[in-house]
Design a binder for this molecule. Structure first.
Ligand SMILES: *Cc1c(COP(=O)(O)O)cnc(C)c1O
Length: 398
């Protein structure tokens, strides 16, 4: 497939969020492109040139659908990239990338702190099922990364800020280490979003975004994207992982994410600002044992985040309470404005405890092992969010 069309290359990110991937509807002149809930498309009269595993010709929804393609144009534009592939979920996108790049005997270096499914894929699936050499490393320790990334390493995967500790990893430094050893670098950019961080500009080869989170932003659709300038490998991902494994996005979800993403930069700026305020408030609240947010000058990742992020530091904070798992649950359940649920990056604030019995807890820095909570700040009035956290803490005697 050719480079994505982007008529708005030289425009700002707000203009791209509004205009990239859309146009007048050809059939009616409507100012919105339609939702095409079709599995199949009319075949050309001459079938001799049709490749049934290709993704350029609209033919069958698993090979690609119109709403997916329009969303891909916009996601590529938001990252200033040549191409994007939109799939059914963030994990679907991560899997498609790993499945295409790795084969038995290859070595992958992955982070000690990462999204749960990445941990599962490399800790117990790709290694056991396919004989991939999977090496876990603390990505905030560049000396450890240098030791782990040996010549012949195929892939280095990082996440920054990471889920759930909100730690910061140096994208440019790790890109250098990876490239010196002939490895590819992929970056999960979900926590930062393209408003705050564009890893391709810092040397990454592939970026993954869980569109489910900030880019859609309304908690009502699931999707994921792989973004890159490496058109040849992107073509392989479409062939190996989309058409022949099948984690395709439905046209309806692609349409919904397209609509949600129009306001993405606007929402994200507000979320950056509110999250900074909430983090500062938490930091001075009694019975809060730590606050992890790159926007706080006290954060060990602050200087690095300032260098590699722009506009703000994202919408997720992790923090600790000086109490046990049960009281943390009671605190979350006592909140009235903030929603007690998994996920992040929605319009509403979301809170999710990370219990001390989680099997990964020993992989996190010491302070995260007690009373640890992940908090995604939403679009409610920031004063209401802060007042709600305060009343919730008081309700459980903190
Ligand atoms: C949510 C999330 C994902 C996975 O996205 P899904 O759409 O839930 O599959 C991947 N990475 C990070 C950092 C996430 O927060």
């Amino acid at each position: 497939m050719a480079k994505k069309e982007n008529r708005f290359t030289n425009y700002g990110i707000d203009t791209q969020a509004v205009h990239a991937g859309t146009d007048y509807d050809e059939g009616t002149g409507a100012v919105r492109r339609p939702l095409h809930m079709a599995n199949s498309y009319k075949l050309p009269d001459d079938l001799s040139k049709v490749n049934y595993s290709s993704t350029d010709l609209l033919m069958y929804a698993r090979n690609g659908n119109a709403n997916q393609h329009w969303l891909e144009e916009k996601i590529a534009a938001l990252h200033g990239a040549d191409d994007a592939i939109v799939l059914a979920s963030g994990v679907g996108a991560l899997h498609a990338l790993f499945w295409t790049l790795l084969k038995s005997g290859d070595r992958v270096v992955y982070p000690k702190v990462s999204y749960m499914a990445v941990y599962r894929m490399f800790h117990e699936l790709f290694n056991v099922k396919f004989g991939v050499d999977t090496v876990m490393v603390d990505m905030t320790d560049l000396e450890a990364v240098k030791r782990a990334v040996t010549p012949g390493t195929q892939l280095v995967h990082i996440e920054t800020p990471d889920n759930p500790t909100v730690g910061v990893t140096d994208i440019a430094a790790i890109a250098k280490i990876a490239h010196e050893n002939g490895a590819i670098l992929s970056v999960d950019n979900t926590f930062a979003s393209p408003l705050n961080q564009r890893p391709l500009d810092l040397g990454a080869d592939f970026v993954v975004e869980a569109l489910t989170k900030f880019i859609n932003g309304h908690g009502d659709a699931q999707g994921g994207a792989i973004i890159s300038n490496n058109l040849e490998t992107m073509e392989r991902i479409r062939y190996e992982a989309q058409v022949n494994v099948g984690s395709v996005i439905s046209p309806f979800n692609a349409w919904q994410i397209f609509r949600g993403s129009v306001t993405f930069p606007l929402r994200m700026r507000q979320i950056n600002e509110s999250t900074q305020r909430v983090a500062e408030w938490l930091e001075q609240r009694k019975n809060v044992t730590f606050v992890s947010y790159p926007g706080l000058p006290s954060n060990p990742g602050h200087a690095l985040a300032k260098k590699q992020m722009k506009n703000g530091y994202g919408g997720v904070i992790s923090f600790g309470l000086d109490t046990d798992d049960k009281t943390v649950e009671r605190f979350c359940a006592a909140l009235k404005v903030v929603t007690f649920a998994v996920s992040l990056g929605h319009d509403e604030s979301l809170i999710f405890p990370q219990p001390s019995y989680d099997e990964r807890i020993a992989l996190y820095p010491e302070k995260f092992r007690k009373g640890f909570i992940r908090f995604s700040v939403g679009l409610e009035d920031v004063e209401d969010i802060i007042a709600d956290l305060d009343q919730g803490l008081r309700a459980v005697g903190l």
